[in-house]
Design a protein around this ligand. Structure first.
Ligand code: FRU
Length: 518
């Protein structure tokens, strides 16, 4: 444990001393004093109830108030699942990063547990950036990036009960890095156990700008050694591979990461911020990864920094942040911004990553409505099929239609739509008619329309769509592709109608459930 260094240059064996010394240091540091857990929690307690419910989702995790970004520390410990997240309680914009903490037993109901980390140490005074968590011998370890000025280092905090977290200091700093790695863009540690040894992968930038993923290894979670560059960009990014994580599915090793600024590639990477999976064969002992397939994870508007967790029944669960991106969020005026996706089960089959909504959501289904064999005309409205907190499952026969699909969140003047476009062979998610201003990053396509290429199955397309007040998640053809987006509509519409431009298009089967939180 000789290398467990911190601002106080303490050894890991003397962790307790180190924490106390740092606290004295912090008292001397005015900036660090500005942010504490108790101040953040007090702020949440005093202000969260005033946040307007207008655009708040009911079954997606959101910040109680303020800003949320990346999922962090998604883990199982003390008999529950924990989800931490990048949190700035004091405004609906990004700011000095804290970690907010939710606990769940079923990935649907989120219990607010308070603030786990605040940037209250000298070494993390500019932010506790993203990271991961792992449980070992009844202790939960939170790994995060401690930011101080231009320097990013990896730090750890521990907890014996999931309520109180004790910072234990820096575990990896720039000295462990090869010469050609940035000390400034070195973040988002994801820790996992493989073959009896702990590994950490971290986002990094090589000198010269290429994104890469670094690998470290450890026996005890405190002493880490550099074990190689596990992955380099397959194409140029505008920055680093953010938030890498790792899982195994379908007999393959899978690295998931969010490369900043991939250029649009035909219909992929239409957002400035997108996430990819790369499946292949990892050899962590020797620090290598041989990729054999790669793709964008989600083709919608808002999906970033996914993190995965393998749960005891073998499922790999992934949750991502609906990065606000190209939309003027009316929720910001209400004092919050940021939503997580529904956790998804993922599975690699024939080189493709399939995604399914976590099955526990089905326990919240109410008011089942079913239709079969309905011809779709212009604006087909079906009895009992409406709502803004619903699940819709439909199999549609496309026939000669050039456009066939469904309008969601519909009101007199506004709607968003999801449809199959026969001319391009793509599913299109269109939010140009929501009545809410859109703008877009200069590095992305536009802010109104996203599309993904999909093959019809014997002339059919299937959609499984989850609506939750201000977001939609669309699972296409049994999870073969997904499209995720914030949808803020001016009139908070709840209507659903189907449309087609050919009268042989038909809904072969349609099911609708309300999602009701019990
Ligand atoms: C990704 C990210 C991470 C970083 C965090 C800071 O959205 O930029 O790389 O740790 O957000 O909030």
């Amino acid at each position: 444990m000789s290398d467990f260094e911190s601002e106080c240059a303490c050894k890991s064996g003397e962790g307790e001393d180190m924490v106390e010394n740092e606290e004295i240091d912090c008292r001397k540091n005015a900036a660090a004093e500005r942010y504490t857990i108790s101040r953040a929690e007090k702020y949440v307690d005093e202000h969260a109830s005033a946040v307007s419910k207008k655009y708040r989702c009911i079954y997606h995790a959101m910040p109680p108030i303020g800003w949320m970004n990346d999922p962090n520390g998604f883990c199982r410990a003390f008999g529950k699942y924990h989800l931490f997240f990048q949190f700035h309680p004091y405004s609906a914009g990004w700011g000095p990063m804290h970690w907010g903490h939710y606990e769940t037993e079923d990935f649907v109901k989120w219990k607010w547990k308070g603030v786990a980390l605040a940037p209250d140490k000298e070494y993390d005074k500019d932010g506790c950036f993203s990271g991961s968590a792992i449980e070992k011998n009844g202790v939960m370890y939170l790994f995060y990036t401690a930011v101080k000025g231009d320097v990013q280092r990896q730090a750890v905090a521990t907890s014996e009960n999931g309520d109180k977290f004790k910072k234990r200091g820096i575990v990896i700093d720039g000295e462990k890095l090869p010469e050609n790695c940035s000390r400034r863009d070195f973040r988002d540690p994801y820790v996992f156990l493989s073959g009896g040894r702990y590994y950490m992968i971290c986002g990094s930038q090589a000198t010269g700008g290429d994104g890469q993923i670094l690998l470290f290894s450890s026996d005890n979670l405190f002493d880490w050694e550099f074990s190689g560059v596990l992955r380099k960009d397959s194409k140029p990014t505008l920055g680093i591979y953010e938030c890498p994580c790792f899982c195994v599915s379908g007999g393959k090793d899978i690295i998931i990461a969010s490369p900043q600024g991939y250029k649009t590639d035909d219909w992929r990477f239409e957002n400035a911020w997108s996430s990819i999976y790369t499946a292949g064969k990892a050899d962590f002992k020797n620090g290598s990864f041989l990729p054999d397939c790669e793709d964008e994870i989600d083709g919608g508007f808002n999906f970033y920094a996914p993190q995965v967790l393998t749960v005891p029944d073998g499922r790999v669960i992934m949750i991502a942040w609906m990065i606000p991106g190209a939309i003027e969020s009316p929720a910001a005026a209400d004092g919050w911004r940021g939503t997580m996706t529904l956790p998804r089960e993922i599975e690699l089959k024939n080189g493709k990553l399939y995604q399914y909504p976590v099955r526990e959501i089905e326990n919240y289904r109410k008011n089942h409505v079913r239709f079969e064999n309905v011809s779709i005309e212009k604006d087909t409205v079906l009895n009992g099929v409406s709502g803004d907190k619903i699940e819709l499952l439909c199999d549609i026969f496309v026939g000669k239609a050039k456009k066939v699909g469904v309008k969601i969140f519909e009101s007199e003047n506004n709607y968003a739509s999801v449809y199959y476009d026969g001319e391009s062979g793509k599913v299109v998610f269109d939010r140009s008619q929501t009545g809410i201003a859109l703008y877009h990053d200069e590095n992305e396509k536009d802010a109104a329309v996203r599309s993904v290429k999909v093959d019809l199955k014997n002339g059919y397309i299937s959609f499984r769509i989850f609506l939750d007040v201000s977001c939609a998640e669309i699972f296409i053809n049994g999870g073969e592709r997904t499209m995720t987006g914030n949808v803020f509509t001016k009139e908070n519409g709840k209507g659903v109608s189907f449309f087609a431009d050919s009268n042989d298009a038909k809904i072969v089967s349609l099911e609708k459930y309300d999602i009701v939180m019990i």
